[in-house]
Design a binder for this molecule. Structure first.
Ligand SMILES: Cc1cc2nc3c(=O)[nH]c(=O)nc-3n(C[C@H](O)[C@H](O)[C@H](O)COP(=O)(O)O)c2cc1C
Length: 205
């Protein structure tokens, strides 16, 4: 496949070594998160938040809660990608722009809200699964956007989730799903590692 988007996906690799001398500015951070938020979420709930940790003291505070991983401070920014517990109560507000733009009939909103309520109400596991799914889609899209702009990225689960939630003021309904370091890569990063053969991971039925 020779499509430029496919080539970009295929050449992304996880960056371990960042050039700590090259920051990225807040407008680039905003551009990256703006692209990330085009990822799909259940009912367009958009149940996520991206905390961009980009000052040295804040990065050091985060690194101390993230197994002292050097990339947390060497990368220009380390995002705390948060998922929010799925809640049908926010649905009307999240769908209002689609109604305003005229493609979603206003009468349809109550139906979506009811479906979401029956799916998530009193279902803590499902609410949490949805938070993790949404944040993961957002992070995945952010990773690809960063690569397309020549930036490297490193997703991380190596951190103390409870401590990060406390130290960075996450709300009670927010889960720090993963950390994502983004910045200019330094020389010496490995290429993308080989993947398992398709015969191991694809089932055609
Ligand atoms: C959910 C998740 C958590 C990860 N956590 C860490 C981490 O805490 N520290 C780390 O150095 N790499 C971490 N990684 C990076 C993986 O090791 C890396 O993406 C994998 O080896 C594939 O690398 P590649 O995409 O460059 O081929 C994580 C990746 C994912 C997707």
């Amino acid at each position: 496949m020779t499509h430029p988007l496919i080539q970009s996906i295929q050449t992304r690799r996880t960056t371990q070594l960042f050039d700590a001398t090259r920051p990225i500015d807040d407008s680039q951070i905003e551009a990256l998160v703006s692209v990330a938020t085009t990822a799909p979420t259940s009912f367009n709930l958009q149940n996520w938040r991206f905390i961009a940790v980009r000052t040295q003291p804040e990065k050091e505070r985060l690194r101390a809660l993230a197994w002292d991983q050097v990339k947390v401070t060497e990368a220009a920014v380390t995002f705390i990608v948060c998922g929010q517990l799925a809640d049908a109560g926010v649905m009307a507000a999240r769908l209002a722009p689609s109604v305003e733009q005229g493609f979603m009939p206003a009468a349809m909103v109550a139906g979506w809200e009811g479906a979401a309520r029956s799916l998530y109400a009193d279902q803590p596991q499902r609410q949490r699964d949805e938070a993790v799914r949404s944040a993961t889609f957002g992070a995945g899209t952010l990773i690809q956007a960063a690569h397309a702009l020549g930036l490297g990225s490193a997703p991380m689960i190596g951190f103390d989730a409870e401590a990060v939630a406390g130290a960075f003021d996450l709300a009670a309904d927010e889960i720090p799903v993963l950390l994502l370091a983004v910045g200019h890569p330094a020389p010496g990063n490995w290429p993308q590692k080989p993947r398992r053969p398709l015969t191991d991971v694809l089932t055609l039925r």
